[in-house]
Design a protein around this ligand. Structure first.
Ligand SMILES: Nc1ncnc2c1ncn2[C@@H]1O[C@H](COP(=O)(O)OP(=O)(O)O)[C@@H](O)[C@H]1O
Ligand SMILES: [Mg+2]
Length: 266
């Protein structure tokens, strides 16, 4: 059965796209899995990293977009969904940069959003894994993503407000689980972009006290190779100077896979 993993947090800049992109590389290149990425963030960051490019001599590039875009999946009826093949070997349902159509989806009736999500089941069945990069909000698109998911991972960046944010996020996820999708597995919280500051230490301790069962064993520190690789749209482990970063992020990507596979046994 296809595993559909959402990367969710209503805050921006916590590592949703980073983990989604690197997990896509990891599953497809290192684990030989058939992977589809669904870019549900209207900013289109993941699309611009994964899509084929036309590069100019001065180093700038233009992405070449094709196939169905995410916003079209939620229109009344969509028969032919066409994926885009990316150079890295994964397929993508793309979102153009700052797509107004996808932002407008927030105004759609909740039932309509959720029903359209069900139409994707037959497409998803063609893949081992579908990875959904969620937008930074607790709105309709997040609900749609969670309704079509079998699993959800929450990347969290430590800060004074991290805990408040995490409680709101978990509440939303548990609500969707209870009302729409009892099969949704909450894999937990991945601490990302951490440093050794007092502030981060304090925030981590609060999370360890309040949501201990949700925390991943492996954490990811602030590592510039992660930023460089993700910005270039390449796996962290292909950078010559990125060993520590690669080891850390791969431990998390592997932990996600282990958790997904252990759900199967239960
Ligand atoms: N562990 C990390 N170390 C250094 N930079 C990181 C790390 N995780 C993410 N980043 C960078 O932080 C920025 C925000 O991450 P991103 O994945 O785009 O967040 P989100 O999708 O949640 O908005 C990006 O520029 C990304 O490359
Ligand atoms: Mg993002």
């Amino acid at each position: 059965m296809t595993k559909v993993i959402s990367f969710a947090n209503q805050k921006g800049g916590v590592g949703k796209s980073t983990l989604c992109i690197q997990e896509a590389f990891f599953l497809s290149m290192k684990k030989n899995k058939k992977v589809l990425v669904l870019d549900m963030d209207g900013q289109g960051n993941t699309t611009s990293r994964l899509a084929p490019r036309n590069e100019s001599k001065d180093g700038s590039y233009e992405v070449i977009l094709s196939g169905t875009k995410t916003a079209e999946l939620f229109t009344s009826h969509k028969d032919n969904v066409e994926m885009m093949s990316c150079p890295c070997g994964v397929d993508l349902i793309h979102t153009p940069k700052n797509d107004p159509d996808l932002f407008e989806m927030e105004a759609m009736a909740l039932d309509q959003v959720i029903n359209s999500a069900r139409h994707l089941k037959s497409l998803f069945a063609k893949y081992d894994f579908v990875l959904i990069d969620c937008p930074p909000s607790l709105g309709r698109k997040l609900v749609a993503a969670l309704v079509m998911s079998t699993h959800v991972v929450c990347p969290v960046k430590l800060s004074g407000f991290a805990v408040d944010g995490v409680e709101g996020l978990l509440k939303t996820i548990i609500n969707v689980q209870q009302v729409y999708n009892p099969d949704l597995n909450i894999l937990g919280i991945v601490i990302n972009d951490m440093d050794r500051s007092m502030n981060h230490d304090k925030a981590l301790k609060v999370l360890q006290d309040t949501v201990p069962d949700f925390l991943f064993q492996n954490k990811i520190m602030h590592r510039s190779p992660i930023d460089i690789a993700t910005t270039d749209g390449i796996p962290v482990w292909t950078l010559r100077y990125g060993h520590v970063a690669a080891k850390e992020i791969e431990a998390v990507l592997e932990e996600i896979l282990e958790k997904v596979e252990s759900n199967d046994v239960k």
